[in-house]
Design a protein around this ligand. Structure first.
Ligand SMILES: Nc1nc2c(ncn2[C@@H]2O[C@H](COP(=O)(O)OP(=O)(O)OP(=O)(O)O)[C@@H](O)[C@H]2O)c(=O)[nH]1
Ligand SMILES: [Mg+2]
Length: 223
C-alpha cells in the first residue's frame, strides 16, 4: 500500500535530511510531504533537495502543519513523521503492518509499552504522558498507552474524516479523542524513542500538557 509521510518541520535542518534519507531507504511505495512554516534555517531547502513536496505557510504550529499536509496526501496510508529523528523511519513498516493486514484503521507507536530503546530522561514528561494516557483511557474506554506519541498511522479516509481544528501540539489529543469517538479499530505497538532535550530543539512544554487535558475533555463532552 502507498504511504504518505506527513512531516511537520520547524527549524529542523540538523535532522530533516537524515529523516528523509531513512524514508527513502525503506522498501515502501511512498510520498513525502514536508510542511515548513517559517523556519529560519535550511529545513525547506534540504527537504526539496531530497525530493519531498514542501508546503510553506505562516507559522501556526505542529497541528496546523499536519492539517495542511492532509489534502496533498495520495497514499492509502498516512504516517505522521516528526523531522527531529526522535522516531526512526525504520519502524514504519512494522507500524503500518496491522493496517496492511486489514485489522486496523489506526496504529499508534507507543513509547510506553516497553521492549524498545528509550532514552532515560525527563521524568516529568514521562509522568505527564502516562497521566494523559490514563485520562484518555478513562474518558474513551481505551487501553492506548501513549496517546501523545508522534508515531501515528492511519487509513487515509479515517484521517480525512476527523475534522481537525487544533493548530499546536493539541492536535495529538484531538486526533486521539476523535478516533476513539469514531469507534474505528485502533492498534498500538512498541516503538523506540530517541528523545532529545530542549537544548537539542524540543519545543513541547508543560503548557501543552494542560491544553491536552482540556482538549480531551472537550472532544469527549462538547463535540
Ligand atoms: N511546521 C511546524 N512543525 C512544527 C512546529 N512545532 C513543532 N513542529 C514539528 O513537530 C515535530 C515535533 O516537535 P518537537 O518539538 O520535537 O515536539 P516533541 O516535544 O518531541 O513532541 P512530540 O510531538 O511528542 O514529538 C517536529 O518535527 C517539529 O519540527 C511548528 O510550529 N511548525
Ligand atoms: Mg520531537
Amino acid at each position: 500500500m502507498r504511504v504518505s509521510f506527513l512531516v511537520p518541520a520547524y527549524n529542523e535542518a540538523a535532522t530533516i535530511g537524515e529523516v528523509l534519507d531513512r524514508i527513502a531507504a525503506l522498501e515502501l511505495e511512498s510520498q513525502v510531504i514536508v510542511v515548513d512554516d517559517g523556519s529560519s534555517d535550511d529545513t525547506a531547502a534540504i527537504a526539496e533537495s531530497k525530493g519531498a513536496l514542501v508546503i510553506r505557510q505562516e507559522n501556526r504550529g505542529k497541528g496546523a502543519a499536519i492539517r495542511a499536509a492532509i489534502p496533498h496526501a495520495d497514499g492509502e496510508i498516512a504516517v505522521i513523521q516528526d523531522a527531529d529523528m526522535e522516531y526512526d523511519p525504520a519502524e514504519v513498516p512494522a507500524l503500518i503492518e496491522p493496517i496492511e493486514r486489514g485489522v486496523a484503521d489506526v496504529v499508534y507507536g507507543s513509547r510506553l509499552a516497553g521492549g524498545r530503546p528509550q532514552r532515560a530522561y525527563l521524568f516529568w514528561h514521562l509522568v505527564g504522558n502516562r497521566f494523559l494516557s490514563l485520562v484518555t483511557g478513562v474518558l474513551f474506554n481505551t487501553t492506548l498507552s501513549d496517546m501523545e506519541t508522534g508515531y501515528k498511522a492511519f487509513r487515509i479516509e479515517v484521517l480525512r474524516s476527523l475534522d481537525l481544528r487544533q493548530d499546536d501540539f493539541a492536535i495529538e489529543p484531538e486526533i486521539t479523542g476523535k478516533i476513539c469517538k469514531l469507534g474505528v479499530r485502533v492498534y498500538e505497538l512498541p516503538i523506540a524513542y530517541y528523545g532529545r532535550t530542549y537544548a537539542e530543539g524540543k519545543k513541547i512544554t508543560w503548557r501543552d500538557g494542560f491544553k491536552a487535558l482540556r482538549v480531551l475533555f472537550a472532544v469527549r463532552f462538547l463535540e
